[in-house]
Design a protein around this ligand. Structure first.
Ligand code: F6P
Length: 385
C-alpha cells in the first residue's frame, strides 16, 4: 500500500513495503527508546518526536536503557519538562544499553543467569500499556532486534544513529559529524606535538569494521597516512612514507587509523570480548601495533593514542542537531501515517524510509574508490597499500 506523508524539503518515499494501518483510528500513545552505543544527537531526536507528539495530542512513554528497560518493564511517561533544554545535550536522557537482545535476553533467576526469548512478553507489555507504536533509535544491532519485535507484532519506526556511519541503506547517520569533528581536533592537536618533537603520531579512531571516521577526520586534518579496514595495509608502505617525509625535510608524520584496520594477511585487532553483548567483539590495539612497527622499521620515534569514547560524547554539532531533528520528525510523520516497521534513511540528501528488516545486521563500509580516498591519494596521502 502506498502512503503519502507530510512532505518536507526533499522528502521521498524510497521504497514501499507492506503497511499496517490502525483502521482509521489515530495513534494515541507511543513509546520511544535509545539502544546501542550512545551518540550525539539522541536527545535531539527524543525532543522532536516528543514535542511533535505532544503537539498532536499523543502521549509519549520513554523506555529506560534501551532493550534492557523494555525487557524489565522500566518505562515512564515523558512530559514537556523532560523534553526541554535537551537539544544540545550529548548522551541520552533515557539511558542506553548495547548488551541486550530481546530474542536472547540474559535475566537473573535466583542465583542463575538464564537466556530467554522475551519478545512475546515485550509485545504483550507494550499492548497492556497502550503503546501502539515504538520509536526505536539505534544502529544495526538495534535494528536487528527491532525487526524481530516487528515480526512478533510490535509496530516500530526506526531512527538510525551511530557515530560509525556504517548503517546500511542510509548515506548518513547523526552523531557521525560530531565524532569526526572531535577526531579531527585530536589529529590537529597531535600534529603540533609530532612536528615539535619530530615524531610519528598514530591516532586510533572508532568505527568498528568501517573506516568512515578515520577517513573523514584524516582528510579533514591532513593526516599523512590513513589506515582503514577497507584497505588492508602493509607496514613496509607505512614505514616508507614516514622515511620519505623525513628525507624531504618533513620530520614528522601523523597517522589516522581506524580501529578495524587490518594488516595484509592479518586480522582485526581485538581489545576485549564482551560475552554479554550481541556483538561481543570490541576492537582496539592497531594504533599501538602501527607505532611499534614504525619504530622498529624506521628507527623514528613514534607514539600512539586511542581516542576512544571521547568520540561518542559532547554537544552535537549543529549539522547533527539538524539531521537528528529531521530524522526524528520524519519518524513521527511515518508513525502517524501508519507506515510502521520502517527505518528513516537519507540518500543523496533526501530523507525517506526503508523496511527495517532490510537493514538489520548489515554494515555499510567505505567504497575503496570513494571521492575522499581519491582526493587524498591525489595529494600523496598514503593508505598503506
Ligand atoms: O558503534 C559505536 C562504537 O563506539 C564503535 O565505534 C566502537 O567500536 C564500539 O561502539 C565501542 O563499544 P563499547 O562502548 O561497548 O566499548
Amino acid at each position: 500500500m502506498e502512503a503519502t506523508i507530510g512532505m518536507g524539503r526533499g522528502v521521498v518515499h524510497i521504497e514501499e513495503s507492506e503497511c499496517w494501518y490502525l483502521q482509521g483510528a489515530a495513534v494515541k500513545r507511543i513509546g520511544i527508546l535509545t539502544a546501542g552505543g550512545d551518540c550525539p544527537g539522541l536527545n535531539a531526536v527524543i525532543r522532536v518526536v516528543g514535542k511533535a507528539a505532544h503537539q498532536g495530542g499523543l502521549e509519549v512513554v520513554g523506555v529506560e536503557d534501551g532493550y534492557l528497560g523494555l525487557c524489565e518493564g522500566r518505562m515512564r511517561v515523558l512530559g514537556p519538562e523532560d523534553l526541554s533544554g535537551i537539544l544540545t545535550r550529548g548522551g541520552t536522557i533515557l539511558g542506553s544499553n548495547n548488551k541486550t537482545d530481546p530474542a536472547a535476553c540474559r535475566v537473573r533467576e535466583g542465583d542463575r543467569v538464564v537466556v530467554k526469548d522475551l519478545r512475546d512478553e515485550i509485545v504483550a507489555r507494550c499492548r497492556d500499556m497502550g503503546i501502539e507504536v515504538m520509536v526505536v533509535i539505534g544502529g544495526d544491532g538495534t535494528m536487528a532486534g527491532a525487526a524481530s519485535l516487528c515480526q512478533r507484532g510490535l509496530p516500530i519506526v526506526g531512527v538510525p544513529k551511530t557515530i560509525d556511519n556504517d548503517l546500511w541503506s542510509t548515506d548518513i547517520t547523526f552523531g557521525h559529524d560530531t565524532a569526526v569533528t572531535t577526531a579531527a581536533e585530536a589529529l590537529d592537536k597531535v600534529h603540533d606535538t609530532a612536528s615539535a618533537h619530530h615524531r610519528v603520531l598514530v591516532v586510533e579512531l572508532m568505527g568498528r569494521h568501517a573506516g568512515w571516521i578515520a577517513l573523514s577526520a584524516g582528510v579533514a586534518s591532513g593526516a599523512d597516512v590513513i589506515l582503514i579496514p577497507e584497505i588492508p595495509f602493509r607496514m613496509e608502505a607505512v614505514a616508507e612514507k614516514c622515511l620519505q617525509r623525513n628525507a624531504h625535510g618533513k620530520r614528522f608524520t601523523v597517522i589516522s587509523v581506524g580501529e578495524g584496520a587490518i594488516p595484509v594477511g592479518g586480522q582485526e585487532f581485538v581489545d576485549r570480548v564482551d560475552p554479554d553483548s550481541p556483538d561481543p567483539i570490541r576492537l582496539g590495539g592497531v594504533g599501538r601495533f602501527v607505532a611499534q612497527e614504525v619504530e622498529r622499521l624506521t628507527g623514528l620515534e613514534a607514539r600512539s593514542i586511542v581516542l576512544g569514547h571521547v568520540q561518542r560524547g559532547g554537544t552535537p554539532t549543529p549539522r547533527d542537531r539538524m539531521l537528528a531533528t529531521e530524522f526524528g520528525h520524519h519518524a513521527f510523520e511515518l508513525l502517524q501515517a501508519g507506515q510502521w516497521n520502517r527505518l528513516v534513511v537519507q540518500r543523496e540528501g533526501r530523507t525517506g524510509s526503508v523496511p527495517i528488516e532490510e537493514v538489520a545486521g548489515k554494515v555499510r563500509t567505505v567504497p575503496v574508490d570513494h571521492p575522499l580516498i581519491r582526493a587524498a591519494r591525489g595529494i600523496g596521502t598514503s593508505f598503506g597499500d
